[in-house]
Design a protein around this ligand. Structure first.
Ligand code: PMP
Length: 351
């Protein structure tokens, strides 16, 4: 067989939380999923192919945001959109840019497409340094901005995104996977920039976090119609299956349940983060359904991670390959019982 293309031969797979650990009996606080289940009873006919562009769902979402159906595309998780965006908008020999630390799939999408990837370091407090971000935009066709940022929880101010949108000739993809949590705390969304007519801003959202539906694989993007049309050309014909379209619509119609859950999870995050601080940890609180935790002196993130797994079957996320994150753990807010168990376990494990 012929050799693989070099970018495929050197591809390192994304280590998703669920590829690192799966099975029953674990308390998963590692994947920023919602611990709450929302009922969405559905029974769509399965014999026909789905609507290729999921128009019922697009119409429902468009109406809520005050945009048009043509400003939206539905996808098999926002991960599909990340991949499609790079393949559609990054030309050969040009770069994909992002900040670091941020969501690992940006680099993998660039690697898969054979595009160079450049990342600007966040400051020590994990805020964006505008100058270092601008410095990586030379020869870039696409910039990923994640807000609230995974794994730091920090928000990128919309004014900064607006300034970059005016100065950058490429595409700015604002990944608002955790946007509903930021909405609830009054943080302005970049969807407003699309509404105002920005031609190079794409906003990603997902049903995987606030809507408590990571299992159905449904994400969407909001953008100028020209961009949506290009993405629709590139996507696989039936990328969102009938079960997912039906479940997505049922969940969208129950936004009130989602918003209640979001408020509860934010309140729980504050209690959980406060509890960790009282036990001597430092906490980066962020604006999402997770937070970063630095263990007190005398115990490493690695040891704490292992002890939580071995003694209490609690799984949180560690980032051993990211230098800035070596002594940090990312904790996703769990159910009230799991949060209590997390704190009592921490109290026993910390020096
Ligand atoms: N963007 C960010 C920032 C994420 O954290 C995730 C999930 N971990 C995704 C996108 C992918 O989400 P989805 O489940 O919609 O593919």
């Amino acid at each position: 067989m012929n050799p693989l293309p070099p970018n495929v031969a050197s591809l390192r797979p994304y280590q998703s939380a669920r590829s690192l650990r799966k099975g029953n009996g674990w308390i998963f606080m590692d994947a920023n999923e919602s611990p709450l289940e929302v009922a969405a009873p559905i029974a769509p006919p399965l014999n026909r192919y789905p609507d290729p562009t999921a128009d019922a769902l697009r119409d429902a979402v468009a109406e809520y945001y005050g945009v048009r159906r043509g400003n939206l595309m539905m996808a098999n998780g926002s991960d599909e959109l990340i991949d499609l965006l790079v393949r559609c908008f990054v030309r050969s020999g040009r770069k994909t840019a992002a900040s670091t630390p941020s969501y690992g799939m940006y680099r993998i999408a660039a690697d898969s497409a054979g595009a160079d990837f450049v990342a600007a370091r966040l400051r020590a407090d994990f805020s964006v340094d505008e100058n270092s971000l601008r410095a990586v935009l030379d020869n870039a066709d696409l910039l990923f901005i994640c807000s609230p940022n995974n794994p730091t929880g920090t928000v990128v101010p919309r004014e900064l995104i607006e300034r970059l949108s005016a100065a950058f000739s490429g595409l700015i993809v604002v990944d608002e996977a955790y946007g509903e949590f930021a909405d609830a705390e009054g943080v302005p969304s970049s969807i407003e920039l699309v509404r105002r007519g920005a031609e190079n801003v794409v906003v990603l959202r997902t049903f995987s976090k606030a809507f408590a539906a990571a299992g159905i694989r449904l994400g969407y993007c909001v953008a100028n119609e020209r961009i949506i049309n290009i993405l629709l050309r590139m996507k696989p014909p039936y990328n969102v299956n009938v079960l997912t379209q039906a479940a997505g619509l049922a969940l969208w119609r129950r936004r009130d349940a989602m918003e209640r859950n979001v408020r509860d999870l934010i309140a729980a995050r504050k209690v959980l983060a406060g509890g960790c601080e009282r036990l001597g940890c430092s906490v980066f609180p962020g604006r999402a359904n997770f937070f970063l935790l630095r263990p007190p002196k005398g115990i490493s993130a690695q040891t704490l991670h292992e002890s939580l797994v071995e003694n209490y079957r609690i799984v949180v996320r560690r980032f051993p390959n990211v230098p800035e994150m070596e002594d940090l753990l990312r904790v996703s807010v769990g159910t009230p019982e799991h949060n209590e168990l997390f704190l009592s376990s921490l109290a026993r494990l910390l020096p």
